[in-house]
Write a protein that binds this ligand. Structure first.
Ligand SMILES: Cc1ncc(COP(=O)(O)O)c(C=O)c1O
Length: 411
């Protein structure tokens, strides 16, 4: 029998809460239904065969597949230079280095993101400056950005949480006015657009992640979209030990680079994913609509549940995230997650507010600094959403959540 497309759970420890137990493990859940993880990549047979071909080819690290993926991504991004890397973290660090950002500089970003976004600012020796989020979009509140700009500010890193794009018109107006570089952390927004223009096809630096839980994957990996060939050449140097090769035997090193190259095996996975992007995005939007319909039917808003922005034109619906009403519930988010897990439903937390992590507290941040990000970070919950899900899965998740919310309302 021909094997079907592979769907598997993401394995990054970031997602460990929802990927344990595995989809086939019913023992840990009292539900008779198969475990529903919060995300799961879909990889078709052609891609699997393509990976086998690469493995047999004798060239498995960076080579022709990487070049082919870069060409396809550049085409997707309107011809802009694109280089691929082994993560969507190093892409942003390299962008900061290309922009000459380092000690003595400040970089503005959101406190509600994967900690990679601000860790890379520390990595280059600069200081993150957090600006609280807009509680509706859950993205950086652009109305507060200008007040955070100082003579030391060099860049802004906006994050499109769950794929909902930050307002690019307003963002670039601020950046231009204050002559700041922008490094778009578009890790989650591959496939999203701003007023019809694909994210990645315009703007300054744009960084995408292709980690296993993203809308398209290279298992681990990412890419950086740049402005010109000079930046692309620098990116190649930072990607591999600073090395520049010429002719058959020429080698020079002018700067300290790292080891951030993507393998051909991973690139082949990405090449097999790209043709499905539009179908994946359309299916995610459809499922998101079903979530809104079910939440309305079950009157979950009346139980205090806060839903994401109902955007079906810009967002790629990387995640469907709700905010639990902590002031109305007798239980905390962790208990809600445990109860959903017992019902065979995986959930995730994306993300706790960064400035409250020990590393950041030790650098001077404290409770109360960014109240919107703190509240959201304490109560945000990622529900299952991936292209292979069914409408019945959505009904199952919303029904379970409704039952939990009703059973644990404060009197
Ligand atoms: C918002 C955001 N930024 C950065 C990253 C880092 O990407 P990667 O895991 O590919 O390094 C991620 C990945 O989860 C992310 O979601």
């Amino acid at each position: 029998m021909k094997p079907g497309p592979i769907t598997c759970s993401a394995t990054n420890p970031e997602f460990s809460v929802s990927t344990r137990p595995q989809p086939t493990d019913r023992a840990a859940a009292s539900s008779p239904l198969p475990f529903l993880p919060f995300t799961r990549p879909t990889i078709d047979d052609e891609t699997i065969a393509g990976v086998a071909e690469v493995l047999r080819s004798g060239w498995i690290t960076s080579g022709p597949q990487v070049k082919a993926l870069e060409a396809k991504l550049s085409e997707y991004c309107g011809g802009r230079p694109v280089r691929v890397f082994n993560s969507g973290t190093c892409t942003m660090e390299i962008a900061l280095r290309i922009a000459g950002i380092g000690p003595g500089h400040e970089v503005i970003t959101t406190p509600l993101t994967w900690v990679a976004t601000s860790n890379i600012i520390l990595d280059v020796g600069a200081r993150p400056v957090f600006v609280d989020i807009d509680p509706v979009t859950r993205n950086i509140d652009l109305a507060r950005v200008e007040a955070a700009i100082t003579p030391a500010t060099r860049a802004i890193i906006p994050v499109d949480l769950s794929g909902l794009p930050v307002d690019r018109s307003r963002l670039y107006a601020i950046a231009q006015k204050h002559q700041l570089r922008v490094i778009e952390d578009a890790a989650q927004s591959f496939g999203s657009n701003w007023q019809g223009q694909r994210i990645g096809s315009f703007g300054d630096f744009v960084s995408f992640s292709f980690h296993a839980n993203k809308n398209i994957t290279t298992i681990e990996g990412g890419c950086l979209v740049m402005n010109n060939e000079r930046e692309a050449k620098l990116a190649e140097q930072y990607r591999l030990q600073g090395v520049v090769r010429t002719g058959h035997d020429g080698m020079e090193v002018e700067l300290v680079g790292g080891k951030f190259n993507l393998t051909d095996v991973a690139a082949r996975v990405g090449l097999g994913q790209l043709p499905h992007l539009d179908t994946f995005t359309a299916r995610r939007r459809e499922l998101a609509r079903m979530y809104f319909d079910q939440c309305a039917k079950l009157a979950l808003a009346q139980l205090g549940l806060r839903l994401p922005v109902a955007d079906f034109t810009h967002s790629n619906w990387h995640m469907f995230q709700v905010i639990l009403p902590e002031e109305r519930l007798t239980i905390k988010r962790a208990e809600v997650m445990t109860l959903l897990q017992a019902a065979g439903i995986g959930t995730g937390v994306h993300y706790p507010a960064i400035h409250l992590f020990k590393l950041y507290r030790n650098l001077g941040w404290k409770d109360g600094d960014y109240p919107q990000a703190e509240y959201t970070g304490r109560n945000i919950l990622t529900l299952p959403l991936f292209p292979a899900m069914t409408g019945d899965d959505v009904k199952r998740v919303t029904a379970a959540l409704s039952q939990i919310l009703q059973a644990h309302q404060k009197s």
